[in-house]
Write a protein that binds this ligand. Structure first.
Ligand code: PLP
Length: 366
């Protein structure tokens, strides 16, 4: 099988090997502090008894599943704690395909590249539905693309790479389309704590046997390296997902789950608000400079990313490498996210050097 390896690692390696100072705006690794209780939880863990260094229950620590379930308004039995949102998406897509209700996965264009990669890996086929210029999805277009072949519709809100936050009405419509074709709506909500618009609506708000919600603490607690996420399945679909999770992983990190549980319980809302505020300020700084550079760009309503288009400079891998070498700024090529944004570049605002990066871009494209 010919897997599509996402380009992220290639671009990061290229930037690392560059012969000059490069500002890394490639990946979505937050540069800010995790909650203090997370650090305390990890420190505390090191001194626990040997039995705590053994397998966790496969579906996740009972107390963590209960805490997540209470916050999300579901039953703890529906929650599987995973190795990040990445595994949660994999379990959800696999579960949708193994129902034998079709082999096609509906994805958006632009798309988070791991979804088409996972689709191929799982033996499914992709069908893309274009979003509008700002990244919004018209449910009527999804309905027109859906058929008896549709196993799943995979969406991501707040969105990587466009920054769109889908309104509640869109989420309700997407669930209803999944129900009409007995497909599964998979809603990846890993950036839910970075909704800058106040418009975020979880797919969980619409109760249905045809939707799976995936999420993680990777972004919300700035711990992409800790690897704790979760998927919430309808009761009828959860057993087989737990089996797959067990066969693939046995279980996920026990110290990580312990520390996340502690952080969930002890972290005040202002931790999350501070992080959103930092992001708002960075968006403003960066887009002001893009204005000065005469670039077209998207202003995100959520997530970490700004897409920009510079006249005569399409978003190819070659141009991204040139920008690393000649301007000292590393972004992602728009072509990595599908056909719709091949003229664009994506910049992740997870560096304190956003202003400097913007100045370098403005000088380069002057
Ligand atoms: C849309 C989306 N889903 C999932 C992930 C992966 O999340 P995790 O690190 O929790 O596996 C990312 C990471 O950038 C993402 O952007």
């Amino acid at each position: 099988m010919n897997y599509e390896t996402p380009l992220f690692f290639h671009v990061m390696q290229y930037a690392d090997a560059a012969d000059r100072d490069v500002i890394d705006m490639v990946s979505g690794n937050p540069d800010w502090e995790p909650p203090e209780a997370l650090r305390e939880g990890l420190r505390e863990y090191a001194d626990l008894e040997p039995d705590r260094f053994q397998y966790a229950p496969s579906a996740g620590l009972r107390e963590l599943r209960t805490e997540i379930a209470a916050r999300r308004g579901v039953d703890a039995e529906q929650v599987v704690v995973t190795n990040g949102a990445g595994e949660a998406n994999y379990l959800a897509m696999a579960r949708a395909l193994e129902r034998d209700r079709g082999n096609e996965i509906l994805l958006t264009d632009p798309v988070y590249p791991y979804y088409p990669g996972k689709t191929t890996m799982l033996g499914g086929t992709q069908r893309f539905v274009a979003t509008d210029d700002k990244g919004y999805l018209d449910p009527a277009d999804v309905r027109a693309a859906a058929s008896d072949e549709t196993a799943a519709i995979v969406v991501n809100t707040p969105n990587n790479p466009t920054g769109a936050v889908y309104p509640a009405e869109t989420m309700r419509e997407l669930v209803s389309i999944a129900e009409a074709y007995d497909a599964i709506l998979i809603s990846d909500e890993v950036y839910d704590h970075y909704d800058l618009s106040g418009e975020f609506a979880s797919a969980l708000e619409t109760d249905s046997a045809n939707r799976i919600v995936t999420n993680a603490f990777s972004k919300s607690m700035a711990i992409t390296g800790v690897r704790v996420g979760y998927a919430i399945f309808p009761p009828e679909l959860v057993a087989d997902a737990k089996s797959r999770h067990m066969l693939v992983n046995v279980a996920t990190t026990r110290p990580g789950q312990y520390a996340v549980l502690r952080a969930l319980r002890e972290t005040e809302p202002d931790y999350y608000e501070r992080n959103r505020q930092r992001l708002r300020e960075r968006v403003e700084t960066f887009t002001d400079a893009l204005d000065a550079a005469g670039a077209e760009y998207t202003t995100p309503s959520g997530s970490f990313y700004v897409m920009a288009r510079f006249e005569g400079y399409p978003g190819t891998l070659a141009n991204v490498e040139r920008l690393i070498d000649e301007a000292g700024v590393a972004g992602m090529p728009g072509e990595a996210f599908g056909d719709a944004r091949s003229e664009w570049l994506r910049f992740a605002l997870v560096t304190p050097r956003v202003e400097e990066a913007a100045e370098r871009l403005a000088a380069y494209f002057d």
